[in-house]
Design a protein around this ligand. Structure first.
Ligand SMILES: NC(=O)c1ccc[n+]([C@@H]2O[C@H](COP(=O)([O-])OP(=O)(O)OC[C@H]3O[C@@H](n4cnc5c(N)ncnc54)[C@H](O)[C@@H]3O)[C@@H](O)[C@H]2O)c1
Ligand SMILES: CC(C)(O)[C@@H](O)C(=O)O
Ligand SMILES: [Mg+2]
Ligand SMILES: [Mg+2]
Length: 347
């Protein structure tokens, strides 16, 4: 594995150079990879593996999503099956249902996990919180995860563009002695740019924190707070939206992605730099207690419990949609829709 210095701590990562696609294909040559669930990660990982030359089938219950799989080129009876049939045929079972739905399907999945098969996750959730999920794999199967660090939509888009998201990987159970090699081969197969090693507990606790924090929850919170202050002080919606979101996503974050925060700062005025350097610390002080509270809630299993309870309700999708609509219909994101429609490349 390549030794990389991450800001003073040396970590090992697996790159495509040392574990090329050819090697991944060899390792998994005799496997039938069954992608169970075709929501967000299912299509991203399934299509990337198919395009990478792996033997992939999809197991999805009938309905809109099954039809989407057909539209994506999966063929009923050949590469697309009802879930149980795919579970039977698969030798590597990719359990890509939502974390809450995995609980309901677990007794069925378990039935088909015969000795020597592999159980693959993209999250440490089910196994780590097994006191709440009941997911305890049989001892004679390999259990591992590859967790792409981003949406399945981006996983697919970046793959098509010849790029790659990074993913973490972890082995929970090595029954055959080959679990780690198979896991890395899967990571390369799904289109990861590089892979860093973790364990199931650290994957789920960091992931739940990240998505509730800066990646999704905190960012919306901080946007909403600044937008409101600007509006309450007489600024127009377009001005407030541009100074809160549009400039960040269109101009400044791409610079951060390219070369880091200091480089983005250095490409702004010295006036902006002075202010940003003065203000980031008060923002950090104000929010750190909330992040600590969030981490404690993840660590205690409370966040898993909320997620399971709420996302197991029969109408959870409709309820999520109501809350998403609330965001979409807010003045800030309506202003956002108008701003997006004015981007020259949209015309
Ligand atoms: N969404 C992402 O981009 C993302 C990123 C990294 C990791 N993950 C992890 O990947 C896994 C899959 O997540 P997802 O967001 O792709 O899932 P999802 O919520 O999109 O659901 C996937 C599939 O589950 C099926 N499903 C739901 N309930 C079912 C039931 N009761 N019986 C049978 N099928 C059912 C749906 O039809 C859908 O095809 C999860 O462990 C998640 O934490 C997701
Ligand atoms: C894409 C995310 C947020 O990284 C993932 O963790 C998820 O749960 O969807
Ligand atoms: Mg997540
Ligand atoms: Mg994540």
């Amino acid at each position: 594995m390549a030794q990389i210095n991450f800001g003073g701590t040396v970590e090992e990562v697996v790159t495509r150079e040392e574990f090329p696609l050819e090697k991944a294909r060899e390792v998994l040559a005799n496997e039938t990879i069954a992608v169970i669930g075709y929501g967000v990660q299912g299509p991203g990982q399934g299509l990337n593996m198919r395009d990478n030359g792996f033997n992939v089938i999809v197991g999805q219950r009938k309905g809109k999503t099954y039809d989407k799989a057909i539209a994506d080129g999966w063929v009923p009876g050949e590469t697309l099956f009802e879930i149980e049939e795919a579970l039977e045929k698969g030798t590597i079972i990719c359990f890509l249902l939502s974390d809450a739905a995995q609980i309901e399907l677990w007794p069925t999945v378990k039935k088909y996990l015969t000795a020597g098969k592999s159980l693959y996750f993209s999250h440490g959730f089910g196994v780590t919180y097994n006191d709440q999920t009941g997911i305890v794999p049989p001892a004679d199967v390999d259990v591992f995860l590859v967790a792409p660090k981003g949406s399945g939509t981006s996983l697919r888009r970046l793959f098509v563009e010849g790029k790659g998201l990074n993913s973490s990987f972890a082995v929970f159970q090595n029954a055959t002695g080959e679990a780690r090699t198979k896991c890395i081969a899967m990571g390369i197969g799904v289109g990861s740019g590089y892979l860093f090693e973790t364990d199931f507990y650290r994957e789920v606790t960091s992931d739940l924190t990240g998505e509730r924090g800066t990646l999704m929850g905190a960012i919306q919170g901080i946007f909403a707070a600044q937008y409101e202050v600007l509006r309450e002080n007489g600024h127009s919606p377009s001005e407030a939206f541009n100074e809160t979101v549009e400039e960040l996503t269109q101009s400044l974050m791409p610079l951060v992605a390219e070369n880091g925060m200091d480089w983005m700062y250095a490409n702004c005025s010295t006036t902006a730099q002075r202010g940003a350097l003065d203000w980031w610390k008060p923002f950090k002080e104000a929010t750190k207690p909330v992040f600590q509270q969030l981490y404690n809630s993840v660590k205690s299993g409370e966040q898993a419990n909320i997620s399971i309870t709420r996302n197991s309700q029969p109408d959870y999708r409709e309820k999520l949609e109501v809350e998403l609509a609330e965001l979409r219909d807010s003045e800030m994101w309506q202003a956002g829709a108008a701003v997006r429609s004015l981007r020259p490349e949209r015309n």
